[in-house]
Design a protein around this ligand. Structure first.
Ligand code: M6R
Length: 360
C-alpha cells in the first residue's frame, strides 16, 4: 500500500533513510563482497553495464574505481553490448547492475560476456532474479520492493553498494589505507540518517520550485566528475515523469555547443559535490551560464563558497563527497515528483514506460 502517501514514488523517496540503513547493514556482513573484490583483482579488464537509472549508478562506480582504486572500469549501456563483448575473454569480469534483475538488455549483455568466458558480478535488488542467477556472485541492495516506475530508493542504495565495492577494492589493492577506508565506510553508515534530514528540510523547497518548473520547456543538469551521473539521474527523473526535456552533460562541455541554447530564464541545475577542486571548476561554469541569463539552481553543501551565485539553493548538510549520489539525488527526485504532480500527471505510471523492460 501507499501507506498514507499520495503516490508510491513519494513513499519510496521517503523510504530512502531506511533502505540505506538496511543496505548498509546487509553489506557489512556480506561474504559476497570479498569474493567480488577477488574477482575484480584477478580480472584483466573490468566492465560495468546496465540500463537507465542503473546505468547512472554504474557510471558512478567506474568513476569511483578510477578515483579511489586507480583502476580503469569500462562502462557501457547494456543495449550497446554488441560493440563491446568481442573485446572480452575468460580473464575479464563484467559487473551487471539491475534493480529488477530481469531487464532484457542487461541479461543479453551478461549472456554475451559469459559466452566468451568472462566472470560476472551482479548487483540487484531482487533475490534470485534472472541476472543474479546467471552470475558468479550477487551482491544485493536492500531497498525493499519498488513499485513506482521511476527508480528512487533502488538508485541511492545501488550507489551505496557500488561505493562499498570500490572502497573494498581500493583498500585491498593498497590505494586506500585502512583508516581512510574506515572513514569512508563510516560516512556510508550514516548516509540514511543524513538523507532523512535532507528530505525533511528540502521537500518544501522542491515543492515551491515545482510551481515554476511546471511551466519550463527545457532544463540543463550539469556537474563534474562523480556529480555527472547524479545530474544524469536528475534529468532522467524530470523527463520520465514530468515530460520536460532535460539534458545532462559534464559542465565543461557547455562552451562546446549546448550553451548556444541558453537565454534569459533558462533553468540550469548544478549538482555540486562537496569538494573544493570541483567547486572551483564549477564556479566558472555557473558564471558562463549566468552571463546568458540562466537561472541557477544549485544542489550544494550549506557551507559552499558558491552560495551567492545560486538563485535557488538546495542546502545539503556538509558531508563527504563520496555520498554525492545519496545526498544530492533525493532533492532532484522531489523536484521531478512535485513538478509532475503540479502538471496533473501520475508519477507512478508515466506514459510509454514499464517498470521492468523484459523485451529487447
Ligand atoms: O531493473 P533495472 O535496474 O535493470 O532497470 C533498468 C531501467 O529500466 C530503469 O532503471 C529505468 O531507467 C528507471 N525505471 C527509470 O527511473
Amino acid at each position: 500500500t501507499r501507506g498514507g502517501y499520495a503516490h508510491f514514488m513519494l513513499k519510496e523517496i521517503h523510504e530512502q533513510p531506511r533502505a540505506l540503513k538496511d543496505t548498509y547493514y546487509g553489506i557489512l556482513h556480506d561474504v559476497a563482497v570479498g569474493e567480488a573484490v577477488k574477482l575484480m583483482h584477478d580480472a584483466d579488464k573490468i566492465y560495468v553495464t546496465a540500463a537507465g537509472t542503473s546505468f547512472h549508478a554504474s557510471y558512478y562506480f567506474s568513476l569511483l574505481m578510477s578515483i579511489l582504486g586507480k583502476r580503469l572500469v569500462i562502462p557501457f549501456i547494456a543495449s550497446e553490448y554488441e560493440s563491446y563483448y568481442l573485446t572480452a575473454s575468460d580473464k575479464d569480469l563484467l559487473v551487471v547492475v539491475s534493480q529488477s534483475g530481469e531487464t532484457m538488455d542487461a541479461l543479453k549483455a551478461l549472456r554475451a560476456f559469459r559466452n566468451r568466458g568472462a566472470g560476472v558480478v551482479a548487483v540487484s535488488n531482487v533475490v534470485d532474479s534472472a541476472i543474479p542467477r546467471e552470475s558468479n556472485i550477487a551482491v544485493y541492495t536492500r531497498a525493499g520492493p519498488e513499485i513506482g516506475v521511476a527508480a528512487t530508493k533502488t538508485f541511492t542504495t545501488q550507489t551505496l553498494v557500488l561505493s562499498w565495492l570500490a572502497i573494498a577494492y581500493a583498500e585491498a589493492s593498497g590505494s586506500l589505507s585502512k583508516s581512510e577506508a574506515d572513514m569512508l565506510r563510516g560516512w556510508l553508515g550514516r548516509s540514511g540518517e543524513v538523507v532523512g534530514k535532507i528530505i525533511a528540510r528540502l521537500e518544501p523547497v522542491a515543492k515551491r520550485l515545482a510551481e515554476w518548473f511546471r511551466s519550463v520547456g527545457n532544463a540543463y543538469y550539469l556537474s563534474r566528475s562523480i556529480g555527472v551521473p547524479v545530474a544524469m539521474e536528475g534529468a532522467l527523473k524530470l523527463k520520465e515523469i514530468a515530460y520536460i526535456h532535460a539534458e545532462a552533460y559534464p559542465a565543461g562541455e557547455s562552451k562546446h555547443g549546448p550553451i548556444a541554447l541558453v537565454e534569459e530564464g533558462f533553468p540550469v541545475i548544478f549538482t555540486i559535490p562537496n569538494r573544493e577542486d570541483l567547486e572551483k571548476l564549477l564556479l566558472g561554469n555557473i558564471q558562463e551560464m549566468k552571463a546568458r541569463g540562466a537561472v541557477i539552481i544549485g544542489v550544494a553543501s550549506e557551507n559552499t563558497g558558491l552560495s551567492d551565485q545560486l538563485d535557488y539553493h538546495f542546502r545539503i548538510p556538509d558531508t563527504h563527497w563520496i555520498l554525492t549520489p545519496i545526498t544530492h539525488t533525493p532533492p532532484q527526485q522531489l523536484l521531478a515528483y512535485y513538478t509532475a504532480v503540479s502538471k496533473g500527471y501520475d508519477p507512478d505510471k508515466p506514459r510509454n514506460l514499464a517498470k521492468t523492460v523484459t523485451v529487447e
